[in-house]
Write a protein of this length. Sequence first.
Length: 217
Amino acid sequence: MELVSGTASMAVVYGEEEVHARTAHLFAAATDMACAANDLFTWAATRPRPDGPPPRLDGKRIRKIFRPAVLLDPSGAEHVRELDLRGAEIRISTDEISETVILDRRIAILAGEYVHGARAYSVISRPEVVHGVTSLFEAAWRSATDLATHDARFAEIRQLAPQILDLLATGCKDETAARTLGLGLRTYRRRVAELMTALGATSRFQAGARARELGVI
C-alpha cells in the first residue's frame, strides 16, 4: 500500500498543508490516534477549526500529549478542554517531546526540521519502526500529567501569568514585583519558575518571547 508518493514503508512530505493533503484519508480511517505536540498547530490534520468546535470523536480513541504552554493561550485552552469533554484523553508534559502522530499503531508521522521554510514530515509504516515510536510515546504518556490534575496544580500561575510577564518585561527587581502582586519573594520566584516551565523557556527573556509567540501578552 502506498501511503504517499515515495516508498511503501516511508515517505517525506513538506509543509503542514501538504502532510494534511497526503494523509487525510489515514486520519479519517483511523480508530486509535496518539499524538504528541508542542502546540495545536504542528499537525494541520488536527488543527482546530476557527469556525466551530473540535470534530466529533465518533467512537475513536484519541490520546494527546501537549506542553503546558498550550493552556496559557485562551483559544488553545478552550480547544483542549473541549476535546477533553468530548472524550479525548489529554495529558500535559513538562518534558521535551518528539512531535508525533501514531494511527492505529500502524502508521507513524514524525514532525522534523524546517527545510527552506517548510517543515518536513516523515510518514512511516515499517512495523518495527512504528513499534519503536509507539514505545517512546507510551513512555511519555505514562510520565505526563492528566489534564485535570495539571489544571488544579497550575490554576494560580495561569491567572498570574499576564501580570508576571508584564513585570518581567519592565525589568523591575523581584522584590518590587513580589510586592506589586502581593506575594512573598520566594512565592513570586517559584511562580516565575513555574511559568518558565509552562512556556518551555530556559530564561526570563525567552519566557517573554515565547509568551508573545503564543499571544499570552
